[in-house]
Each structure stands twice: as C-alpha cells, then as structure tokens.
Design a protein around this ligand. Structure first.
Ligand code: UD1
Length: 429
C-alpha cells in the first residue's frame, strides 16, 4: 500500500490547478443512466472514486471512453469522459461494487426511473458515522416506487413508472436530493422537493439534467420543482471546480505560509470557508484566474466553527480546519453537526503533538507552538488530507499511511504540493 512522506517546514509558493469536483462528477456520471444517448463530461478529475464509478456503470451496460490528450493540454487538465447507456443490461448493483463508495448507491434513482426496477446493495464508503438511507427510501416511495430491504439490498419496483409528488426531507440531505431530482426528472407529473440541499453540486447536476431536457427550477434554493418528461437526451457538460480541494489547499498555505494561486477555483462556491481561512490568518484574494491565498508567517488566530449544510462551513473541510488550528495562538472550538463520528483524525493529529479534547460533537483545540512529525494513518478521505496539512507544518518527517483514501478524492496531491515547494513524495508498496 502506498504511503506519503512529508518533511515539514517549507512554505508553499506557486500555482495549484484545481480539479473538477468529485462530489459533482459522481452524480453527473450516474445521470448518464437516464438516457440512451451519450453524456459528455469535461473537467473530470482523475480519482479512484471516478474509476470505481466507471466500473459500477459498466456493470449496468454503460459504455465509457476517455478522450486522448489534446494539443497544448498539460497533465493536470481534467479528462473528457463519454458515457453511453444505450441499453441497461443489468439493474442490479452488487455488494462488491457498491460497498466501497456511498455515492454508488445513488444509481437506484435513475434505474428505477428508467427501468422500473433496481436491486442495489446498501452502501459503504468512508467510516464517518451510521449514514442511513431512510430519506432515500421515503422519497422514492413518495414517487410511487415499492421498496423492500432484502439480504442487504434495496429492492425497488415501479412497474407502472414513477409519479411526481411533494417530497419533504426531515433534514438537509445531499445524496437523497440528487437521487430524487434524477428520479423525478422521468416521473409523470410535478415533483416538489422541500428542504432540498442547496450545495453547488446539486446546482451542477440540475444544470446538466436541464441541458438533457429535464424541466427543473429552484436548484440552489430549498425548494426544487421538477416537471417530469418522457425521455432525456445526451448533452455536454463541464464539471464545476472542487470547492473542497480549493478549501484544503487554502488551509495548507495558511498553515505553512507562502503565496499560492489556486487556479480555476471559484470563490462563490466556498464563501464561508474562505471567511474562516481569513479569520485564521490567510490573506484571500479573488483574481481572474482563481483565488490567491497568502500568509506572511505571522501567528494564526483561533476560531469557533460549526459544520452545516451549504452555504455553511462544510463537513468535508472540518478535519483540515482542525489541523490548521492545532497551531493557532489560543483555543478553537469546532462542532460537527452532519456526522456524529467524523473525528477519526483527532487521535492521529494528537500523534503529531496536537492538543484536542473531544466531547460528543464538540472538539476543543488548544493551539501548540510546534507539531512533530510521526507515522500516522487515517480511515477516511478528508481525515487523511488533514494529516498531510499537519505534516507540512510539523518538524521533521511525517509518513501518512493508507494513501488510497487520498487517491479517492485528491488528484495527484503530492505533485500539486511538490510543485509549490513542499518536500513530499509517494512511497510505493
Ligand atoms: C454528506 C454531506 C456532504 C459531503 C458528504 C461526504 C451535508 C448536508 N452533506 O453528503 O456535504 O460532501 O457527506 O462527506 O453536509 N441521513 C439520514 N438518512 C438518509 C440520508 C442521510 O439520516 O437517508 C443523514 C446523514 O446521516 C447525515 C445527514 O443526513 O447526518 C446528511 O447526509 P447526506 O447529505 O445525505 O449525506 P451525503 O450525501 O453523504
């Protein structure tokens, strides 16, 4: 298993190209199941989760192809991916394909909408809490599907097709909003989703579905209207930039000091997080090319932050923020409200010398003067990258084990940071 070795202490200077968003790419890929025509996605990141989604879709009968390199394109440019679900040959998503990635469960929506049946294994993914699927089940039942759980599988049937309805989520859910929007696009009549997720990735999916012929309004607000249509067509769509990758590198630069252009980043996708970066001590400037983050080496300020659905501070940046404030001058408070168990990084940050006290969903971080490199390991994607951030600022050598978590969500992290002066390398095997 690969590891990442970091020798801390170097400030970051240069340019980091921001990749297409993983959390948008996966539902967009799944949307290809809704049409027998080709969906072309540009700016697709090279990630293990994208490769896994290709395998899952292949099993349903989706052909996929990646365009070759074009003149003038460098190795960091996103890929162009063509997906064609001319015929769905299998409506089952088996355990061995679904168990590693929660988003793969979302195929249930398009499969039931287009084929009237689906048998999808209950999901796996990062170990960050119980992550149930009751909202998905209630929403699809609301659209007229019959659903049972049988032997670890959700078995869904809608022999007469889905019909529109009013779906009210008890709490904001990104996954079930994606799935309901896709299923309702091909249902008979109107669907209204209330308390819908407002994340930019929801807007990106709605934009793509609309270009495919869906009739959707209100994406990006808490109420989404969908007028079902009989069929959807292919289209070409560019994946939006990854706001979590952007926020992660913004925090890395604030941690190490330096001056980095996050090329292609869009500040409007992470206003709240950039505000927190600025409060900690990063200088954040929007430019025509992206976002510049700089810090001149003066101290870091502590913050009080609560994770919330968009437009609040994202749970996917909680671990990285915690790494950052381990070296603040004072006491920070971080409250996690999305997942009850998303604190696996705490113990590992402590191995580097961080002072963190956990009480339920509250973490109290007392800043320390120095972190010291150590062997660390993380069991989820964002926790892994928080250890990289801490390692960049720690004295001496940090080795992050189990790098496959990083490869699920961060494209070529060692190349991007290495190009800005970080002493970071991948150790194979
Ligand atoms: C969540 C995050 C998303 C993040 C992703 C990966 C939110 C609102 N969602 O999306 O930002 O990118 O994790 O880290 O910030 N829930 C249920 N029943 C369900 C579905 C969800 O109780 O059927 C609960 C979850 O346990 C969680 C909350 O609702 O506490 C939000 O979950 P949801 O947004 O659906 O999760 P993801 O789509 O994985």
């Amino acid at each position: 298993m690969d590891r990442i070795r970091i020798v801390g202490g170097a400030p970051l200077h240069g340019t980091i190209p921001i990749s297409g968003a993983k959390n948008a790419t996966l539902p967009l890929m799944i949307a290809s199941l809704l049409t027998d025509e080709t969906l072309v996605l540009d700016n697709v990141p090279r990630l293990a989760d994208v490769a896994q989604m290709k395998r899952i879709l292949s099993n349903h009968g989706v052909d996929h192809a990646v365009d070759g390199k074009r003149a003038g394109q460098n190795g960091m440019a996103g890929e162009t991916l063509r997906l064609t679900a001319r015929e769905i040959v299998d409506t089952e998503a088996p355990y061995d394909l679904v168990s590693t990635m929660r988003a793969s469960f979302w195929v249930v929506g398009p499969l039931i909408a287009r084929m009237g049946e689906a048998r999808v294994s209950l999901p796996g993914g990062c170990a960050i809490g119980t992550r149930p699927v009751d909202f998905f089940i209630t929403a699809l039942r609301g659209l007229g599907a019959e659903l049972d759980i049988d032997g670890g599988y959700v078995v869904a049937r809608a022999p007469k097709g889905l019909r529109g309805n009013r779906i009210v989520f008890p709490r904001v859910t990104v996954g079930a909003t994606h799935v309901t929007m896709m299923a309702a696009a091909l249902a008979r009549g109107e669907t209204v989703i209330e308390n819908a997720a407002r994340e930019p990735e929801i807007v990106d999916l709605a934009t793509c579905l609309t270009a495919m012929g869906a009739r959707i309004s209100g994406a990006g607000t808490s109420t989404i209207h969908i007028d079902g249509v009989d069929r959807l067509s292919g289209t070409r769509h560019t994946v939006l930039p990854d706001r979590i990758e952007t926020g992660t590198y913004a925090m890395a630069v604030t941690m190490t000091g330096g001056d980095v252009l996050l090329e292609g980043a869009r500040p409007d996708l992470l206003d709240t997080a950039l505000g927190v970066v600025a409060a900690v001590g990063g200088e954040v400037t929007s430019t025509n090319e992206g976002i510049r983050v700089a810090r001149n080496g003066s101290g870091l300020a502590p913050v009080n932050v609560t994770t919330e659905p968009f437009p609040g501070f994202p749970t996917d940046l909680q671990a990285q923020l915690m790494a950052l404030v381990t070296r603040a001058d004072g006491v920070s408070k971080i409250r996690e409200t999305i997942f009850e168990n998303r604190f696996m990084h705490v113990q590992e940050l402590a191995r580097l010398g961080a002072d963190i006290n956990l009480d339920g969903q509250h973490a109290t971080v007392t800043g320390v003067k120095r972190l010291k490199g150590a062997q660390v390991m993380a069991t989820d994607l964002r926790a892994s990258v928080s250890l990289v951030i801490a390692g960049l600022a720690a004295d001496g050598e940090t080795v992050v084990n189990r790098v496959y978590h990083l490869d699920r969500g961060f494209e070529r992290i060692e190349d991007k940071l290495g190009a800005c002066g970080a002493a970071i390398e991948r150790l194979s095997g």
